[in-house]
Design a protein around this ligand. Structure first.
Ligand code: NAG
Ligand code: NAG
Ligand code: NAG
Ligand code: NAG
Ligand code: NAG
Length: 331
C-alpha cells in the first residue's frame, strides 16, 4: 500500500509543474465547506444573507469625471440624466469580490485602463458593505447583490440603454454577482460577461443558477488563476483562459491563502487593456489535457487573452504563460 501511494504521488508531482512551493491551506477551505453551498436566488433560504438596498452603490466614472464618481440610483432618472453618462458610449460594469470595495484595486485599475483607451461609461458596483464580512456571509449575500444589479440594469434598459452595449466584469464573488444579474434579465441578453477567477468555495458546478454560467450572456469569458482553491477550475464560459495552468501563478511564492494568485486575474486583464504586448494563449485539445498536465501542447490555434476588443467565437480552453512580475504579458 505504501509503495503504491508513493508511486502515485511521484507520478502526479512529475506531471503537474506548479510554481508555488507549497499547497494552498486546506484547513480554511474545509472550515468554509462545513456550511451548505449557496443556492439559486429563487431557492435560497438566507441563513446569513442580509443586503440592504443602501449596501449596494452604483458609481459612474467617465472621461469627464475619471476620479470623482457620480452616484447613479436605481429608478432615479434624474441621477442618470444629470450625470456624465453618455448614451452614445458603451457601458462597462465592474463588480469587485470578497474583502474588497468600490475603491479597491479590481475596479480602479480596470477603470483607469479602459478610460485610457476609450470614452466609456464605467459603472462600479460597490457592494463593500456586504463583501467585507467572513467568506460564508459574503457568499450568501451574492444573490441579493445580483438581484439589485438586475434592477439597476432593468432601469438602464427602461432609460434606453441597449444591453448589447453592456459588458459586465466581476472578480471572485463579483463574477457570480454579474452572472446572476445576466441570468435574471429575462428578455434581453447582456453582450459579454468576463469572470475573473470566479469564486469556488460554497459554489458548485452542479448548481449553475447560483453562479456564473455560459448562459448568463451572449458571450462569457473566464480567466482562471487560483483554480481548485479560491476560484473555479472547471470551465464556466464559452472561452476559458488558464494562465500558467490556472491554479498557481509565478511570483506568488508561498501563497498559502491563495489571494496573490486569485488577484492576478484582474491584474492580467487590466494590463492587457493598455498593453501593446499581447497575452497570446494556445488552444488546448481538451480541458482534460490542461487539467492533467497543467499545460497544453495546443491545437495550433491561438487567441489573445483580454485586451480592449472582445474576441467572439473561437470557444474553447486556452493556456498561456506569463511573467512573474509586471509587465506580465510575454507576447
Ligand atoms: C429557479 O429558477 C430556475 C431558472 O430561472 C428554474 O429552472 C428553477 O426551476 C427555479 N427553482 C425554483 C425552486 O423555483
Ligand atoms: C425599480 O422599479 C422596478 C419596476 O417598477 C421595481 O420592480 C423595483 O423594485 C424598483 N427598484 C427600486 C430599488 O426602486
Ligand atoms: C475600501 O478598501 C480600501 C482598500 O482597498 C480601504 O483602504 C478603504 O478603507 C475601504 N473603504 C471602505 C469605505 O471600506
Ligand atoms: C493612462 O495614460 C496616462 C497618460 O498618458 C499615463 O500616465 C498612465 O500611465 C496610463 N495608465 C495606464 C493604466 O496605462
Ligand atoms: C508547456 O508546454 C510548452 C509547449 O510544449 C512548453 O514550451 C512550456 O515550457 C511548457 N510549460 C511548462 C510550465 O511546463
Amino acid at each position: 500500500m505504501i509503495p503504491l501511494l508513493f508511486a502515485l504521488c511521484t507520478v502526479v508531482s512529475a506531471a503537474v509543474k506548479w510554481d508555488a512551493p507549497a499547497p494552498y491551506d486546506p484547513v480554511w477551505l474545509a472550515s468554509v465547506q462545513t456550511y451548505p453551498p449557496v443556492t439559486a436566488a429563487n431557492e435560497t433560504r438566507f441563513f446569513f444573507g442580509w443586503v440592504y438596498e443602501t449596501d449596494v452603490e452604483f458609481k459612474l466614472y467617465t472621461r469627464r469625471n475619471p476620479f470623482e464618481f457620480q452616484m447613479l440610483r436605481i429608478n432615479d432618472s434624474a441621477s442618470l440624466h444629470d450625470s456624465n453618462f453618455d448614451f452614445n458610449n458603451k457601458v462597462k460594469v465592474l463588480a469587485h469580490g470578497w474583502l474588497n470595495n468600490g475603491s479597491g484595486p479590481m475596479p480602479m485599475s480596470l477603470k483607469e485602463a479602459y478610460l485610457n483607451v476609450s470614452d466609456l461609461n464605467i459603472v462600479v458596483v460597490d457592494w463593500g458593505a456586504a463583501a467585507n464580512v467572513n467568506y460564508i456571509m459574503a457568499s450568501y449575500n451574492v444573490a441579493s447583490v445580483g438581484r439589485l444589479l438586475t434592477q439597476f440594469l432593468n432601469f438602464l434598459i427602461w432609460e434606453g440603454v441597449s444591453m448589447s452595449d453592456v459588458h459586465l466584469i466581476g472578480h471572485s464573488l463579483g463574477a457570480h454577482v454579474v452572472g446572476i444579474a445576466g441570468a435574471n434579465l429575462k428578455r434581453t441578453a447582456i453582450d459579454t460577461i468576463t469572470g475573473l477567477d470566479p469564486a469556488l468555495p460554497l459554489f458548485t458546478v452542479g448548481n449553475k443558477d447560483a453562479r456564473l454560467d455560459k448562459h448568463d450572456a451572449s458571450h462569457v469569458e473566464v480567466i482562471h488563476t487560483c483554480g481548485g482553491y479560491l476560484g473555479f477550475m472547471a470551465p464556466l464560459g464559452h472561452i476559458d483562459f488558464y494562465p500558467n495552468g490556472g491554479t498557481r501563478q509565478p511570483g506568488c511564492g508561498y501563497d498559502i491563502r491563495g489571494l496573490c494568485a486569485h488577484n492576478r486575474a484582474h491584474m492580467y486583464l487590466a494590463e492587457s487593456i493598455t498593453s501593446s504586448v499581447p497575452f497570446t494563449a494556445v488552444r488546448c485539445q481538451s480541458f482534460n489535457e490542461l487539467y492533467y498536465t497543467g499545460n497544453c501542447t495546443g491545437t495550433g490555434e491561438t487567441l489573445i487573452m483580454g485586451g480592449f476588443d472582445i474576441h467572439y467565437g473561437k470557444d474553447g480552453i486556452y493556456y498561456l504563460e506569463t511573467n512573474d512580475q509586471k509587465p506580465y504579458a510575454l507576447g
